[in-house]
Design a protein around this ligand. Sequence first.
Ligand code: NZQ
Ligand code: ZN
Length: 392
Amino acid sequence: MNSFTYCIPTKVIFGPGTETQAGKAVREAGGTSVLVVYGGGSAVKSGLLARVTASLDAEGLPWQAVGGVQPNPLVDLAQQAVDRVRGTGVDFLLAVGGGSVIDTAKAIAITLAHDGIPLWDFFCGKAKVTGALSVGAVLTIAAAGSETSDSAVMTNGSTHEKRGVNTPFNRPRFAIMNPELTYTLPPRQTACGITDIMMHTMDRYFTCDSDNALTDALAEALLRTTIHYGRVAMAQPEDYKARSELMWCGSLSHNDLTGLGQTKDFSVHQLGHEISGMFDLPHGESLSIMWPAWARYVCPADPARFARFAREVWGIAEEDDEKAAELGIQATENYFREIGMPLTLGDRVGVQGAEVLTELARGCSRSGSRRVGVFRPIDQEDMYRIYAMVNR
Ligand code: NZQ
Ligand code: ZN
């Protein structure tokens, strides 16, 4: 087992009605003046935003709000919020929404803690994060895991670059998780969330130094749970049991628990971010498109690992490792198809010309300056080939 430091400081408040505890949680975390961040309208329509702000009022906490965060959240909106609230005393960011809203809150929190540095500089690698204001989350979708993760991902609308920043300062102080809030999700978003939860686990599971019994068992159990309750939630959106299992899986899939003691790969996320950035495709869809192609491309590096995945996660009985590996990839593809996820670029954005694939590989490899992943590191040429595999 590799050495590691594990610190998850996020307080989790889980269950029906917990959103009314938001004000108290902010107060306990030391917040005295709050910027509430929300998305395109679902939290307003459901009355959630009103319940959350009422809880701030009940604690006597002054608050302002910024709404309109869209999926693949844009840097410009976050920068505008920074410019508006800097100097007004805001010391706490309260995100009411999904990964896009939470990441926007994290980006604002980082930028407000540094004077005179544009927000995008932290994401394009120009500036180093040395602090952040505190962030809390009221989660409305089981998906990105941002409510407990150390990561934030933003998109530059001018350059179509989608870039993440990982820092311990990104861990929220608390995450309020009421599974009932996810009943209103459109099926497409539920399916994207299921895929993302699986992929946070699989982008850790397929690695070069996986020999950790507990970490493997946790990852496999999380995948089986997500697959089973994902099916239930797709069929019965108001099944509390299914929604709560998915919500908890979502947080544990991306707070590093399922990868402790080994190196993260995350190639599929990196490949996916390029297509999300270029085509404004939902994050989960970029992952279901990229994973099967990536898996077939890298599988020869360690078929036994894919065979274990097939047997433990999908219950495949095949004894030959190479055959089992392929059956496991097919089972994953079939599941994605079953819940309505795309498997090719053609399924969502149409078949692209070679110049588009070149541009995707150039972006993902940062103009050839980096390889990604550790299971089987991939360079610009590998990336081009993998993008070509999904271009149908
Ligand atoms: O904007 P509203 O109206 O709220 O609608 C949202 C949005 O259209 C809707 N939605 C959310 N909760 C709802 C709801 N609709 C009805 N009822 C509800 N309860 O769902 C849509 C998607 O929301 P979004 O926040 O984009 O979803 P998700 O949580 O999947 O976040 C995706 C973003 O997170 C990033 C992704 O790249 C993407 O930008 N990620 C962040 C990570 C992190 N910070 O740790 C890790 C992930 O790997 C991921 O990269
Ligand atoms: Zn993800």
